[in-house]
Design a protein around this ligand. Sequence first.
Ligand code: PMP
Length: 428
Amino acid sequence: MAALSPQLKQATGVLAERGEGVHIHGADGRRYLDFTAGIGVTSTGHCHPVVVRAAQEQVGTLIHGQYTTVMHRPLLALTERLGEVLPSGLDSLFYMNSGSEAVEAAVRLARHATGRQNIVAFHGGFHGRTMGAGALTTSATKFRAGIGPMMPGVVIAPFPTAYRYGWPQQQAVEFALDELDYLLTTVSSPQDTAAFIVEPVLGEGGYVPADAAFLRGLRERADRHGILLILDEVQTGVGRTGRFWGHEHFWAPEDGRRLADVLITAKGLASGFPLSAIAAPRELMAKARPGSQGGTYGGNAVACAAALATLDVIRDEKLVENAAEQGTRLLGGLREVAGSHPSVGDVRGLGLMCASEFAGPDSRPDPATAARAQQEAAARGLLLLTCGPLGNTVRMIPPLIVTAEQVDEALGIWAEAVTVAVAAAGHG
Ligand code: PMP
């Protein structure tokens, strides 16, 4: 009898029978608040009726048309529609199935367009598990150990993780930019550097927001040296942070200058259907050599129809605004819980991308208490995930439709879960 690979260690033990809005209905007959949905790609909530209807209709019309053979209407309509929400100038799109594939495509495009090889990624970043995207990923050694050699031509530079260094934010930013300059002088000369790739908020790396001065510094260096700036908005995009794109928190130049040369989106885009895209200016996208990008299912018609419906729901139900409002509520509540538990060393987040980092009395990362809090929350009906290099950060990433009542319910459960976990660790 076949069974799932033993490498699949499942955090909560819940067998999902059905999803509905913010909830997962388990085979155990219980209903769980799904505050992991954003990583599991559900932006509009589980099985939003508008998304379900659009996908069902598309299944009966055309399941897929391979874009090297035929074009289909959902792909054209989605492209037009994404043009309305993308930063101006990113007017050319290419579709794939997953975030990792889109990262690979962005790297290939950057190498073709610049004729240079090296990609600078940032410490704590996560860009996927394929051999190329994995080479850019340093959010934890588990994504790399024993797999190498990874794709060559990758240079890792510091990200301004002020909490980790115990520094003021400005100092962390200055350090990160100085080190980047140093790397461009000592390791990867600008003439060899094709692109920087960065997340607006480190996701798997522990929910660390970037910084306006840091991103401005990257843009300046990119302009100075003819390096492309790739923004990985796989986790932060499509309303998640309370702005349509995560980087909009840090970037609003009066002169209309764009931050990204290439923007990557996936996850929340199609409410759970596999779909990702890279967006870039047409002249840049034209430099990808024909045949170098793509795959069998990229831009699948059902996924595109679901994405169109997702964008409708986000607009009609004002979900970006809701993410901002409920995110503020959630972050405030998490700070209150942390206030009575010194074990929660830091609370961070943007919009509905919030996290609590656990540290022991000696300020050392405390993954055991984080894992226990996650389990206690699941036992009380709240599904959560950990993140961060050592897994000592617990994140909350509910669907964008979450209500104030559901946020409060989750916070109530969280307060109990933390109390039990901290008591069990013996350092309450
Ligand atoms: N980039 C970021 C920022 C991500 O968070 C992820 C997934 N966690 C990926 C890329 C990879 O996406 P996928 O799992 O769809 O390949």
